[in-house]
Design a protein around this ligand. Structure first.
Ligand SMILES: [Ca+2]
Ligand SMILES: [Ca+2]
Ligand SMILES: [Ca+2]
Length: 134
């Protein structure tokens, strides 16, 4: 193979790699305006990456094991998986370590966002949520 052909081959490989990277599943942070009607959202990873789960109904949920990221069973349960949250409403939301509202808790203040639960000792722990009056 000539030098010129090797150069071309490397160039094509680099272009192929670049296109593979570009088409990889997006793990980008969600935009705050992405779901304008959602006002309490758990996210699968830190910095609101990965799947989202909408609790804008503000209905208490004693057990996360039958709730799935972005509502698709194939995306996995949100149980012991939430790592960040947005709370865009006036209701405080208390997350619990265990189903049935027990164990360690984490309270999401009204109008707050938290990019990571890891500095709260609460990463991948939430299993239930209760909402309180505004
Ligand atoms: Ca997680
Ligand atoms: Ca935090
Ligand atoms: Ca748990």
């Amino acid at each position: 193979m000539s030098i010129k052909k090797i150069g071309l081959s490397i160039g094509m490989t680099a272009a192929l790699v670049a296109s593979l990277i570009a088409s990889a599943p997006a793990a980008s942070a969600h935009d705050a305006g992405e779901h304008p009607t959602w006002d309490f959202v758990l996210a699968q990873y830190s910095d609101w990456n990965g799947g989202w789960y909408d609790y804008s109904s503000h209905n208490n949920d004693p057990d996360f094991s039958n709730n799935y990221w972005d509502h698709a069973t194939s995306n996995g349960s949100i149980d012991n998986s939430a790592s960040s949250m947005h709370n865009w409403n006036c209701h405080p939301a208390k997350l619990f370590q265990f189903a049935g509202y027990s164990g360690v808790t984490y309270t999401a203040a009204p109008g707050s966002s938290d990019s990571t639960f890891s500095n709260n000792g609460f990463d991948n722990k939430a299993s239930a949520v209760k909402f309180y009056a505004c």
